[in-house]
Design a protein around this ligand. Structure first.
Ligand SMILES: C[S@@+](CC[C@H](N)C(=O)[O-])C[C@H]1O[C@@H](n2cnc3c(N)ncnc32)[C@H](O)[C@@H]1O
Length: 249
């Protein structure tokens, strides 16, 4: 299977999804205007009323082209942002070093439009370490983090249970974990027996039993929109669950 997240189509869609002007992400006034700027809203949800220490460390797993990591850099001293896609990480690093990337988005058939992704104003690119890596095979010496963010990653993993059982070791006691997902389970990514919705239970119910070391702080619906071309858009609603790691007894 070729990896969609290494393709030129995915790169263009995600650069627009993360950095595009909201008017370009959703140009229709009768469309879901509240669904733009998804990575920004993820970070706002994760950091809401969170008194982070000055030396706060954050880890983002499945960061794609990096917008959430740039947003986290406003509040965190160090961010490790990792994705399995070499194409996505190359783009994130280029934004980090050059401040911009020009790219093309589809309009209709062969017609395209040039646009530019820019590093968010007021962010601190030098605080971020972008790495190609696998969330299921993380280096043993990563350490622990005040915040771990995994946005729309869970339903793209071959073994989400394994991911959830490992994630506790990455979060400091009293630290936070933000998971978001539209729970679009597909056999392309996750073998059916590993889907988290089973026996009549939906994923959000199952998550509680798979994160025994955490308490749920908040649950919120986060819509997002990915533009395919000028007249076609994927509108989805991710469920965001914000968890706090319990202190050891
Ligand atoms: C649906 S996209 C979400 C990207 C981004 N977090 C967002 O919300 O826009 C899933 C991302 O997870 C990455 N990914 C898939 N499997 C992964 C794995 N095992 N480890 C790390 N990243 C992975 C993909 O390359 C892709 O960037």
């Amino acid at each position: 299977m070729s990896d969609f997240y290494e393709s030129d189509q995915a790169l263009s869609e995600y650069l627009l999804f993360h950095y595009g002007d909201p008017d370009l992400q959703m140009p229709w006034t009768h469309g879901p205007l509240a669904a733009t700027d998804f990575p920004v809203r993820c970070v706002e949800t994760a950091l809401d009323s969170y008194p982070l220490p000055a030396d706060a460390r954050a880890l983002e797993l499945g960061c794609a082209v990096g917008r959430a990591a740039f947003e986290l850099s406003r509040s965190c001293a160090r961010i490790i942002a990792l994705d399995r896609s070499a194409a996505f990480i190359a783009a994130a690093r280029r934004l980090q070093s050059h401040g911009r990337i020009d790219f093309t988005i589809p309009v209709e058939g062969p017609l395209t439009q040039r646009t530019t992704a820019r590093t968010p104003v007021g962010s601190f690119p030098e605080r971020i370490q972008f790495e190609v890596g696998d969330a299921l095979h993380l280096p043993a010496d990563l350490g622990t983090f005040d915040l771990v963010l995994a946005a729309n990653l869970l339903d793209r993993l071959p073994d989400p249970v394994r991911f959830l059982s490992n994630v506790e070791s990455l979060v400091k006691p009293e630290g936070r974990l933000l998971l978001t997902s539209p729970y679009t389970w597909l056999e392309t990514y996750t073998p059916r027996p590993s889907w988290l919705c089973a026996d009549g239970r939906r994923t959000s119910e199952v998550l509680h039993s798979l994160l025994p070391g955490f308490r749920l702080l908040r649950r919120v619906d986060l819509p997002f929109v990915i533009r395919e071309h000028a007249r076609k858009f994927q509108w989805s609603v991710a469920e965001a669950t914000l968890w706090q790691r319990c202190s050891p007894a």
